[in-house]
Design a protein around this ligand. Structure first.
Ligand SMILES: C[S@@+](CC[C@H](N)C(=O)[O-])C[C@H]1O[C@@H](n2cnc3c(N)ncnc32)[C@H](O)[C@@H]1O
Length: 278
């Protein structure tokens, strides 16, 4: 790593308390260069000097740029349609067979809440209210989690939702929309770093981790995907972002059920055992 860039990263880490070593260097450089472009700096040296003078404010802006939280309700739409039309009915049938009404989902890297609220809406629309539904929603960014708990969004963030769905799940306020209280009750928001911490819980039926791993190194991806494997029930689903791929070494752990929607299903080791020994 170039020395000035290293000094810059150390300075930002020290001031913000955020461990930047978990991000790829190429990614960090791109995000830093974005801030430099906005401010009109040509070199890391100039930017570092500016950071030292402007301290906290610019460090905060840079951290926000690094942990970008771009998202929206039903982002990309079709994975959510697949979730409603294929995944949820399949899970519901399995659960009915064993007399269970428990549904457990995890939105890992939930940003400001749009994804977990979308998951809750899809589930209620597809299966109705007779289920014991809990959705864990985690992110590394505390500011985002505060917004998520508030559940207040501008109209533009709801553009993928039909008007009747907005009426059913949101209260209109003067300058935006607030998620109705009954919907919030299904979701537990929690600060969690996917790259350093253990899974928040276990026995999930579905894990969404969309547009998060793009920022991780291959080694971090392996750690995170292994955690997801451990945290899923046998046959549980993992849904990743459309431009993402699973790291190497998971072919015998996940089967791809929709390449287009990037949906994977956990292969249980027990069933592998059975296949090998029968
Ligand atoms: C682009 S958003 C994706 C939001 C949503 N999943 C979606 O697909 O629209 C990426 C999110 O990942 C979070 N994130 C980045 N690094 C993380 C980490 N190490 N652990 C947990 N969340 C992380 C960011 O804070 C951000 O909210």
């Amino acid at each position: 790593m170039d020395l000035t860039f290293k000094a810059l990263m150390n300075y930002v880490s020290r001031l913000s308390g955020v461990d930047l070593s978990r991000y790829r260097e190429s990614y960090l450089k791109r995000r830093v260069e974005l801030r430099m472009k906005i401010l009109g700096f040509q070199t890391f040296e100039q930017y570092l000097r500016y950071l030292r003078l402007n301290g906290h404010d610019e460090v905060k802006r840079l951290i926000d740029t690094i942990t970008i939280n771009v998202t929206e309700f039903m982002r990309d739409k079709t994975p959510f349609e697949y979730f409603m039309k294929v995944i949820l009915p399949t899970i519901a049938e399995k659960k009915r067979k064993v007399g269970s009404n428990i549904l457990r989902f995890w939105s890992a890297g939930c940003s400001c809440g749009e994804e977990p609220y979308s998951i809750a809406i899809c589930t209620l629309e597809a299966l109705g209210r007779g289920w014991n539904l809990s959705i864990y929603a985690t992110d590394i960014d505390e500011k985002c989690l505060e917004i998520a708990k508030e559940g207040f969004y501008r109209a533009s963030q709801l553009k993928n939702l039909r008007a009747d769905i907005v009426r059913k799940y949101f209260d209109k306020e003067e300058d935006g929309y607030r998620v109705k209280r009954f919907l919030k009750r299904y979701i537990r928001f929690k600060k969690h770093d996917l790259t350093t911490e253990k899974p928040v819980s276990r026995y999930f039926d579905v894990i969404f981790c969309r547009n998060v791993m793009i920022y991780f190194s291959e080694k971090q991806k392996v750690k995170v995907v292994q955690d997801f494997y451990d945290a899923l029930v046998d046959g549980g689903y993992l849904i990743i972002g459309k431009s993402e791929t699973l790291p190497m070494g998971f072919k015998d752990k996940f089967e791809c059920v929709s390449l287009k929607e990037k949906v994977y299903r956990k292969i249980s080791l027990k069933s592998m055992d059975y296949l090998i020994h029968s």
